[in-house]
Design a binder for this molecule. Structure first.
Ligand code: SF4
Length: 323
């Protein structure tokens, strides 16, 4: 996998949202949703991006897809800089990147048949005849484990898991190389989650897809990821391959997240680390290490020194002054 070509390369990505006030809508502050995030994903690889709600992980996903314009940094797709592209170049980039949404109920148009939903991206991007589009939609349904008859039915006739399969089929319609999946199973019953995750793994192998898999649930991320990046308050704090992260996490925030993941063995117990307080506001993040207000190991210097990401071993980077 380390030899596979890099599909997505993000350097120092920043996304700030202005906070406006008053009649004239003056900018009075900035929500620093993402601040200096760098990551890459290779062909056939899944990078899990985890963090609490408000950590900025979904903003990273939307910025990568250029659904949001980055404030700073660079996004390369297959080596091409797509940070500022527009018009035809942006359409071309979007064809190669697709998204699977969190809510399979809200993300499908209830007035369209499943066939029309899957064929919609083809109409927008490719010059296929209606017959060819139907054949493609039928083939995609088959690949996601739904029957051909589903083409003529409507979203409300399907369960949550089946709808998410339709969402996956739609995402595959244009043969993308990168899929950003934002909490794709968190709205599903636990019994259905594993089926959809297994489907994503199978399709990744079949199409050599790169996944940016965004989730707050480390258990889900462990199931599907090759590498994991942990985010806190707009910044990455730890990146490692899955085995290293789950057995040898070095950042105190990762330790706390891991302590909440249940162990399937009833004879073993993990000591739960409860972090004090809530995630601070990204409008005015804490000085120095942004985690210092909640970190059990914080020292006075953590308030002043901004920890840089340091590589502790090949592929394992941590942003903590004490590591
Ligand atoms: Fe905790 Fe300090 Fe490390 Fe931040 S730099 S994670 S506050 S020990």
């Amino acid at each position: 996998m380390t030899d596979a070509p890099v599909v997505l390369d993000v350097e120092d990505l920043t996304k700030h949202f202005p906070v406006r006030k008053g009649f004239l809508g003056r900018t009075v502050a900035q929500v620093r949703a993402v601040d200096g995030v760098s990551l890459h994903i290779r062909q056939g690889e899944t990078l899990g991006l985890v963090g609490e709600s408000g950590s900025g992980k979904s903003t990273v996903g939307k910025s990568v897809l250029r659904l949001l314009d980055p404030t700073g940094g660079r996004i390369h797709l297959h080596g091409e800089d797509i940070t500022q592209v527009s018009g035809e170049a942006l359409r071309d980039a979007r064809r190669k990147m697709q998204m699977i949404f969190q809510d399979p109920y809200a993300s499908l148009n209830p007035r369209l048949t499943i066939g029309d939903i899957i064929m919609e991206p083809l109409e927008n991007f490719e010059k296929f005849s209606r017959t060819q589009r139907r054949e493609r939609a039928s083939d995609l349904l088959d690949r996601v484990g739904l029957r051909h008859e589903a083409l003529k039915r409507y979203p409300h006739e399907f369960s949550g898991g089946q709808r998410q399969r339709v969402g996956v089929a739609r995402a595959l319609a244009l043969n993308p190389s990168l899929i950003v999946a934002d909490e794709p199973v968190s709205a599903l019953d636990v019994s259905v989650q594993a089926q959809v995750l297994n489907l994503l793994v199978r399709l990744q192998r079949e199409f050599n897809l790169a996944y940016l898999f965004i989730s707050h649930d480390l258990g889900v991320v462990e199931h599907i990821s090759h590498r994991v990046a942990v985010m806190y308050l707009g910044q990455l704090v730890e990146v490692a391959d899955k085995e290293t992260l789950f057995t040898n996490a070095q950042h105190p925030y990762t330790e706390a997240l891991l302590s909440a993941v249940p162990i399937p063995d009833p004879t073993r117990k993990r000591k739960r680390i409860i972090l004090p307080g809530d995630v601070p506001s990204p409008i005015n993040p804490p000085s120095g290490c942004r985690f210092h207000t909640r970190c059990p190991y914080a020292e006075p210097r953590c308030k002043a020194e901004i920890p840089a990401m340091r590589e502790l071993s090949p592929g394992h980077s941590v942003g903590c002054n004490l590591r």
